[in-house]
Design a binder for this molecule. Structure first.
Ligand code: XMP
Length: 321
């Protein structure tokens, strides 16, 4: 392990001990998103704290198609951990109204998450501590620990400074993605968690460039679902590290039913990577890309053009914002 001198078993043991010490007998809330990072934290915190732990899944309205239901089903079938689901779409979208700058967007989302967590913690009684699945690349890219800033990850640089929680516990903050996946397997988490592709905390907001609107999100969700469906059908979803659609918020001229159209464009991104600190463009079969483009332009009303992003990281980042 790169930042921990010991085995995975030793790491798990030490992480549980420090969660217990940091929680200091207070109730704990663990923010889960369905991703492997927060799922590993939830299991570690459950081992360390037992019944004083509540897991919280916040549906921000920035999730992919049907994702909220899928995450809750995955969670409920894999663990016997108390999970509370909060529908916070209206407040997140209201908070993002008029926000176009990528960093401002991340900070607005980071702050809104914390306010929702605080409100839910207060409902449960005392506001104790918050457990969250920050990993080392989030810290690096947010410009902490001696690194140069790339972007304020919602859970690090995007966090507000005035927080009511008595402590924010980040049990896996020294780990890289592949090490988190190893931990997940050691802890017996199903592959649906251990191998799940990353999804950013700010969700579709960083794939919906410029102002986030319900209408742009709806187009993006449909296009993204078609891309996912075709990759899964081709059996490529396990080979490609991360794949998704982006809505740049750019309209272009096209032709539909012999008439001029002026509609939105969708970009597709598929990458190879293990640590997500660097990434390459995944070489998808051309026929697959054509099928996806055909389906998106014919099935998603309001999209008349599809482009493919083949930029490696660096110089591009994985997400467009
Ligand atoms: P970038 O875009 O920085 O992405 O090259 C690297 C990996 O991190 C994910 N990502 C995030 N995850 N909060 C997260 O939890 C964020 O703010 C965030 N930004 C990017 C991204 O999806 C990729 O896997």
């Amino acid at each position: 392990m790169q930042n921990f001198s010991g085995t995975i078993d030793e790491f798990i043991k030490q992480a549980c001990e420090s969660i217990k010490t940091e929680a200091d007998g207070k109730p704990a809330l663990c923010a889960v998103s369905g991703g492997v990072d927060s799922a590993v934290c939830a299991v570690l915190a459950n081992i360390a704290l037992g019944d004083s732990l509540t897991c919280l899944f916040v549906d921000t309205g920035l999730m992919r198609k049907n994702e909220g239901d899928q995450v809750c089903e995955m969670f409920e079938s894999a663990f016997s951990i108390n999970l509370v689901r909060i529908d916070a779409e209206d407040r997140f979208l209201a908070r993002l109204q008029g926000v176009t700058d990528p960093e401002e967007k991340r900070k607005a989302i980071g702050e809104e998450f914390i306010r929702v967590f605080e409100e839910e913690a207060a409902k449960l009684g005392e506001i104790g501590c918050l457990v969250q699945g920050t990993i080392y690349p989030d810290i690096m890219e947010s410009g902490e620990d001696g690194h140069k800033q790339v972007k304020a990850h919602h859970n690090v640089g995007g966090m507000p400074t005035n927080i009511e929680f008595h402590a924010v516990i980040e049990p896996i903050k020294l780990l890289y993605k592949e090490e988190v996946r190893e931990c997940a397997r050691k802890l017996g988490l199903p592959d649906s968690f251990a191998n799940r592709q990353p999804f950013p905390g700010p969700g579709l907001a960083v794939r919906c460039l410029g102002e986030v609107t319900k209408q742009k999100l709806a187009l993006l969700r449909e296009a993204d679902a078609i891309f996912t469906e075709e990759l899964e059908k081709a059996g490529l979803n396990d080979e490609v590290a991360q794949y998704f659609a982006i809505i740049p918020g750019l309209q272009t001229v096209g032709v539909r039913s012999d008439e001029r159209s002026y509609e939105d464009m969708i970009a597709l991104r598929a990458i190879t990577s293990t640590d997500f600190v660097t990434a390459g463009s995944a070489r998808l079969p051309y026929e697959l890309i054509e099928t996806v483009a055909d389906r998106i332009t014919s099935e998603v009303c309001g999209i008349n053009r599809v482009v493919l992003d083949i930029t490696p990281k660096p110089p591009g980042t994985v997400e467009w914002e």
